[in-house]
Design a protein around this ligand. Sequence first.
Ligand code: G3P
Ligand code: CA
Length: 254
Amino acid sequence: ELAPNGYLRPDGSPLTVIAHRGASAAAPENTLVAQEVARRASADWIENDVQPSRDGVPFVLHDTTVDRTTDGVGRIRDLTAAQLKALDAGSWFAPQYAGEKLPTLAEQLADLRTRGGNLLLEIKGAHTRDEVARIVEVIRAERMTSRVFIQSFEVDALRHTRDLAPELPLGLLRGSLDADPVALARQLGLTAYNPSGAALAARPDVVRQLHDAGVAVLVWTIDSPHQWQSLEQADVDGIITNRPAELAGWNAAY
Ligand code: G3P
Ligand code: CA
């Protein structure tokens, strides 16, 4: 049996607000400034993506290359931590963010520990067991185990996490629904099943099935009040959004 799940939204309580890549509509995604803006917007959780540098340091970055969100070029897995740290990760978004750096996972967690906030950490792309072990090591070294929730599209990354750190809650990201999400949740030991909004719209009844099994539902990536309302009525637990301030305001007014 799955353990009772503290991530399920009690009846009538507000949706959990999860800031996608930080407050990524207002600040450069996956940076500490985007995290700070999300914190000020009263986001309950911050979502970020993690991948290793060439020398094995977990960095916070969404794309497989640095091309779109920095002034550099190349695959993150081909660049050392020192090379990644030399990049400007803010100018591409707006001149006022010039000089913003790509954070390491350790820096991001230290910022959350000292200033507040919880992390929904996406293990982005296939990771070896050793690469997942490095992520777990950083989370433990920063004493943030109780404030990190792991999610991934990669089933193997979740299996590695479960083996290495059974204390971390796990969410499976899905772009389309499985035939039997409950069976998969039980098999993988999931705390949450995290479908895209489009995937869930086809079968909103799966929310009830997952809840009956003690599994939370966090939906991505939804920015419009019209969809927030549909998802609230479908009884999902949380919403991953680029607009956390607006969702927090909508929650308060709804
Ligand atoms: O949190 C879900 C969402 O982040 C998955 O898509 O591409 O933004 O990582 P992506
Ligand atoms: Ca993500």
